[in-house]
Design a binder for this molecule. Structure first.
Ligand code: PAF
Length: 281
């Protein structure tokens, strides 16, 4: 397995693979890899001849008061996980390799990014789209893999690729959870023991919402109320949002129909966690 920080080396390697007719799967990450990332890598491994993982904590997608500086990093551990999982190449650039002096071009979107996380993180998706499009231009993957835990991000990337004619297939992969239900996330490491226990309220409240939807409830307000009521039983939880939106467009719905995303963001102490489920009604 190679680890490159230079764009030119990644380009050269991928061009060589493509000349031989090999397909390339890509898993973009910010590192501190866990089972969720591993499941993306495993799927990429099965579906492609070569697998590239990028590890880059992208400053552009963090707001000024967010956790860019404290975001966990451990390249050695990440490299071991990738090596064991059969990754061929890690792209691990420095910020100035990705954003040269005078950088001033961005990818933005009118719809999809204003609801849910876009409300409390107004510059987040512009940063995500910009870096992901840049990574796609560097790696030129046949397929790229994103977790459903960041469901809004998945919808945004799918739309960007469609709108801007990017020749990469976007593949959404299921949420991977701890045994007790907590969705895997690099940010779970911020939680104290007491907060880790309290964080179970996210998956518990969604389970109640899902049971309601499965039993035939199509009123979005009723689903949101049931989830909110359960979240409010946890004193350490502070709700950012509980929303029901159409998955492909991320527009709020009153009635559940088609592919709907039921999504929540909740502060447990200072840590903001997200979770969701997608239902086809
Ligand atoms: O989901 C993430 O880890 C990041 O948002 C991504 C897609 C790697 C872009 O920085």
């Amino acid at each position: 397995m190679k680890i490159y920080g230079e764009i030119s080396k990644v380009r050269e390697t991928v061009k060589n693979w493509k000349r031989k007719g090999l397909t390339v799967g890509f898993v973009p990450t910010m590192g501190y890899l866990h089972e969720g990332h591993k499941s993306l890598i495993d799927t990429a491994r099965k579906e492609n001849d070569r697998v590239v993982v990028s590890i880059f904590v992208n400053p552009m997608q963090f707001g000024p008061s967010e956790d860019f500086a404290s975001y966990p990093r451990d390249l050695e551990k990440d490299a071991k996980l990738c090596e064991d999982a059969g990754v061929d190449l890690i792209f691990h650039p420095e910020a100035d390799e990705m954003y040269a002096d005078g950088f001033c071009s961005y990818v933005d979107m009118n719809g999809l990014t204003t609801e849910l996380c876009g409300k409390s993180r107004p510059i987040h998706f512009r940063g995500v789209q910009t870096v992901v499009l840049k990574l796609f231009h560097i790696v030129t993957p046949d397929r790229a893999y994103f977790g459903q835990k960041d469901a809004q991000q998945l919808a945004v990337i799918k739309r960007m690729v469609r709108d801007l004619n990017v020749d990469t297939e976007i593949i959404g992969c299921p949420i991977i959870r701890e045994e007790d239900g907590l969705a895997k996330s690099s940010r779970n490491t911020y939680l104290s023991q007491e907060e880790r226990q309290a964080a179970l309220i996210l998956s518990r409240s969604l389970k109640i919402g899902k049971e309601l939807v499965d039993s035939g409830e199509t009123n979005a307000a009723a689903v949101k109320a049931a989830i909110t009521a359960e979240l409010e039983t946890e004193p350490l939880a502070k709700i950012d949002y509980v929303e029901v939106v159409e998955f492909n467009t991320i527009t709020p719905v009153d009635t559940l129909t088609g592919s709907v995303l039921v999504a929540i963001a909740v502060y447990i102490g200072k840590t903001r966690l997200i979770d969701n489920f997608i239902a086809t009604v």
